[in-house]
Write a protein that binds this ligand. Sequence first.
Ligand code: SF4
Ligand code: SF4
Length: 132
Amino acid sequence: MSKTKAVSAENLRARVEELSGENVFACYQCGMCAAGCPLADEMDRLPSQVIRDLQLEDITLLDSNAPWVCASCLACEVRCPKGVDLAKLMEALRQLHLRKELDHMSIDDMSHDEIRKLPQIALVASFRKKTG
Ligand code: SF4
Ligand code: SF4
């Protein structure tokens, strides 16, 4: 049985605000978070676009790689003039998947070479972040 309520375009913002404790309408789209994010180039949506999509309840946000790429480094929160904690919003978006027992990575998908070469701490951190 699902551990969480179904997410739809009607409740996406409310679910993320509930999980994160953040107010997405505090953001006024200045772009400072995106400018300072060290991983923005790897994301299919900039951090500022993620919060804009939450404001608009764009359900396609659930397919974005941005929450999985986010390293929770907090550079965005430090730069944000409104004190928005985007790392918490990214974590909430991950939780919407993980609470449905939808893991985002599997040891079975990794090659022996990757497992051997990657630092153990990186593997452990990734599994903690990307599996339920
Ligand atoms: S916490 Fe995530 S979104 Fe914010 S700057 Fe770091 S990697 Fe980017
Ligand atoms: S820095 Fe803050 S106010 Fe500016 S776009 Fe990012 S979240 Fe919004």
